[in-house]
Design a protein. Structure first.
Length: 232
């Protein structure tokens, strides 16, 4: 993997996480989790929101049930969590600052993909309502033989579909779970948003507070917005 500083490098493809990276949906996940807990007369344990961030909804349902001392409710909680989340997103899909600009700068100049732990219908619906779905060549989600993050599968598949070696692709992520997934797949990583606690974010090449950071925009104009040969 190249040791070239991230903002002097031109990727051959960019793979974006969806929740919290392209779409401002983390608050919806938190609200949905709280609604599910409340429906059972329960409250999340301290620090639960951070532990659940970026976790596949099925695993999150299991975690909610386990920490509540009711493991038998894992499947039921997961189903309720997804239903409440999708209802909240449908009411208020909002993009993250700087994300649409970066996507539109790169679209048509290099292959773009989404790699997400969320269901395909939800990801495509969010991106469509935000006017971004047509910018992406591929949307890869966990399911079947494609294991969820932090396993590398979604990023490995996305890079392959984009037609580039993983080391030539950039992942854009907002969680330690996602960074781990992208790194294990061999991609370089740009982290954005509030930096996760602990050491989970340390393996990202660079972390910025927002994709609206002027340094991101300047890099995109110089290294992303130029002419890049696009694989067939």
């Amino acid at each position: 993997m190249t040791s070239q500083p991230l903002f002097t490098w031109t990727p051959s493809a960019i793979v974006f996480d969806c929740d919290g990276t392209l779409m401002d949906t983390e608050r919806h996940w938190q609200d949905a989790r709280n609604q599910v807990f409340h429906g059972y007369g329960l409250r999340p344990t301290p620090g639960f929101a951070e532990r659940a961030k970026g976790v596949h909804y099925v695993d999150c349902g299991a975690l909610m049930a386990e920490e509540s001392g009711k493991p038998e409710l894992a499947e039921e909680m997961a189903e309720g969590l997804l239903a409440r989340f999708m209802a909240l997103v449908d009411e208020n899909p909002v993009t993250m600052p700087g994300a649409p600009e970066l996507v539109r700068t790169a679209a048509g100049r290099m292959p773009l993909a989404v790699a997400s732990n969320c269901p395909l219908e939800m990801v495509e619906s969010c991106l469509d309502r935000a006017g971004l779905l047509s910018c992406f060549n591929h949307v890869v989600v966990a399911g079947g033989e494609v294991r969820p993050k932090p396993e590398p599968d979604v990023y490995a598949v996305a890079a392959r579909l984009c037609g580039v070696p993983p080391q030539d692709a950039l992942a854009v992520e907002d969680t330690a779970v996602g960074v781990a997934s992208a790194r294990r797949a061999g991609l370089r990583v740009l982290g954005s948003g509030p930096r996760p606690g602990g050491s989970g974010a340390d393996s990202a090449d660079l972390w910025v507070a927002s994709l609206a950071d002027p340094a991101v925009a300047a890099w995109a104009r110089t290294h992303v917005g130029g002419t890049v040969e696009r694989p067939e």
